[in-house]
Design a protein around this ligand. Structure first.
Ligand SMILES: [Zn+2]
Ligand SMILES: [Zn+2]
Length: 391
């Protein structure tokens, strides 16, 4: 048969393949509908398996011996190939719903396969870079931020995405839809302000020495960003310098309007010992003391000495943070002290790794009194870069 594959909007030179693992991990049944008529084709032969109107959702099941598609009229089609769900018109929006999960909507094409012959489905959204970014921005930055902060975020995310091709190649996609790569909420979460920022910066990326930069970013740098060198990103050390996120130590940080810019976490020695033992091998035999012994130039703790009844162990501040939980110990830019009853207090600033663009700082810089534009904001966080066209 080999029916023609419906024409889609020009996806650009190389569409991105995003693994939808945040809400859809492990599902074995999904419902798919589309705002346009759509077809289901098999990937190998590009043969049409099902055609459906926009009024007729389909169901897709992972079976022990392949994938089964059930049409709205009850027709069953089985295949052991990967299937592609393609809207008949550009801009068609595909909606996925799965039992017990919230539904979500995507631009582009959906590709569905079983994971390693199991009855779990892997759903990949093949989408153009610009369409992808419209679903990333509202997941990564509050849509109420200043337009110039949103544009700076759009350029950083575009640059980061373009370098993200093949990041999860072993799993069959480029990037996942979680904080591990970039939060991607699809077209259902798009907001007018974030979409405007993507459109107004279309094709713009950040380059250093003519090459795309590793445009890492985090929520709140705590008043000074960490250098690429201290973060172990040696390839990016020329433009990921540690920069002060204020006009001087006695002035407010650009990121200080973040409500959780400063944070405190207090543990009893027993609670902290239990938390640390999530990763300590062999486990601590009663926590005696914890000391921060070395800091990097951004004020992030580099070396933590932990003493139990037997020995002293050394971990990094980043490891301490990941062990206790990155939402509890929000950054490694912190001090430790003992408070009443021998309790241990971590007192810190910022949220996230603090390398590259500071999102709350971008918001602060875009507003009075600095009023920087997107390019100026990016040049503050990425030293010596240029903004230019991707192609
Ligand atoms: Zn990822
Ligand atoms: Zn900051």
């Amino acid at each position: 048969m080999g029916a023609a594959v419906p024409a889609l909007a020009d996806p650009g030179p190389q569409p991105l393949r995003i693994g939808l693992v945040r809400y859809l991990k492990g599902v074995s049944t999904i419902d798919i509908s589309c705002s346009e008529d759509f077809t289901v084709i098999n990937k190998r032969e590009q043969k049409t398996l099902v055609t459906s109107t926009y009024l007729e959702p389909i169901k897709v099941f992972a079976r022990p011996d392949g994938i089964e598609i059930k049409t709205a009229k009850g027709q069953l089609v089985k295949t052991n190939d990967v299937i592609r769900i393609c809207p008949a018109k550009p801009g068609g929006l595909l909606t996925i719903s799965a039992p017990t999960r919230s539904f979500s909507q995507y631009r582009g094409v959906l590709e569905i396969q079983r994971i390693n012959e199991t009855t779990a489905l892997l759903i990949v959204n093949e989408v153009s870079l610009e369409d992808y970014l419209m679903g990333v921005l509202p997941g990564e930055m509050p849509h109420t931020f200043h337009p110039e902060a949103l544009k700076a975020q759009a350029i950083a995310a575009r640059t980061y995405s373009e370098k993200g091709h093949g990041r999860h190649s072993a799993s069959g996609f480029d990037m996942c839809d979680t904080v591990h790569c970039q939060v991607y909420i699809g077209s259902g979460g798009e907001k007018p302000s974030t979409t405007k920022a993507v459109k107004e910066t279309q094709g713009l990326v950040a380059k250093y020495d003519g090459k795309l930069i590793l445009a890492v970013y985090s929520a709140d740098c705590g008043g000074r960003t960490q250098s690429g060198e201290d973060a172990g990103l040696m390839d990016a050390k020329d433009y990921l310098k540690s920069v002060a996120d204020n006009d001087g130590a006695d002035k407010p940080d650009y990121c200080c309007t973040n409500k959780s810019h400063k944070w405190i976490k207090i543990y009893t020695p027993q609670e902290l010992g239990t938390a640390l033992n999530a990763t300590m091998k062999p486990p601590l035999e009663g926590l005696k003391s914890i000391a921060f012994c070395e800091y990097d130039e951004s004020g992030r703790v580099k070396r933590v000495d932990i003493v139990d009844g037997k020995e002293t162990r050394t971990i990094t501040g980043a490891e301490l943070r990941m062990t206790c939980g990155s939402t509890v110990i929000r950054s490694a830019k912190m001090i430790v002290c003992t408070v009443e009853d021998g309790k241990i207090c971590f007192e810190g600033k910022g949220w996230g790794h603090g390398v590259g663009l500071c999102q709350w700082g971008a918001e602060g810089l875009a507003r009075e009194p600095s009023k920087l534009n997107a390019e100026q904001i990016l040049k503050h966080y990425y030293t010596g870069i240029e903004i230019g066209k991707l192609h």
